[in-house]
Write a protein that binds this ligand. Sequence first.
Ligand code: CDP
Length: 213
Amino acid sequence: MIIAVDGPAASGKGTLAEGLARHYGLPHLDTGLLYRAVGWAVREVPEGPDFEARAIAVAQGLDAAHLRNLDELTSAEGGVFASRVAVIGAVRQAMRQYQREFAARPGGAVLDGRDIGTVICPQADVKLFITCDSKVRMERRARQLENRGLTVDRYALYHQIEERDARDRANPHGGFYKADDAHLLDTTLLDIEASLRAAIAIVDGTMAHKAGL
Ligand code: CDP
């Protein structure tokens, strides 16, 4: 079974995807981490033709060594660096194969990102599109960072998330929209457990429907 989980920044899709993977015993791929790794590697290169060429080269040679420093990659700045390289078509192209192979594992997988249900796995068995009010998203991300002992400027964080959402929405190579056959799940009023219960109900319901039950 392939489960695609898409949605905007800090909507809770990563936590949900992890929970679904645990519940169904499936491997999980956080595709945002791949973009974060490429963005981080070229964070000091000024934008321009050289920036694109360097980002494409990193994406083509991406390996486990790039994914090591999770604290840096998953920082708020790491998200902004990711969205800068995510608009480069050849970067997306370079990472498509890896994501598709991950999804094609025997037994299936859970993938979360922005374009899983639309571009990477349009054939996914179940697609979830997660939404959440933007102030709630900021607050969740702020608490996540504070739990790591970081001091958070909520005003700056809100703007970072808005900047990233705007760049993502305008991404010409994106496919960052809800697939027609995706189930919408608004987590604004739901905590982690309630979101997971709702997602499991959608997955079970969809699979039962497909099996003609
Ligand atoms: O967890 P959060 O939603 O904050 O971020 P993420 O999923 O780690 O994604 C970081 C950035 O990578 C996004 O803002 C997108 O610009 C990019 N991304 C993408 O282009 N395609 C994906 N499948 C996943 C992430």
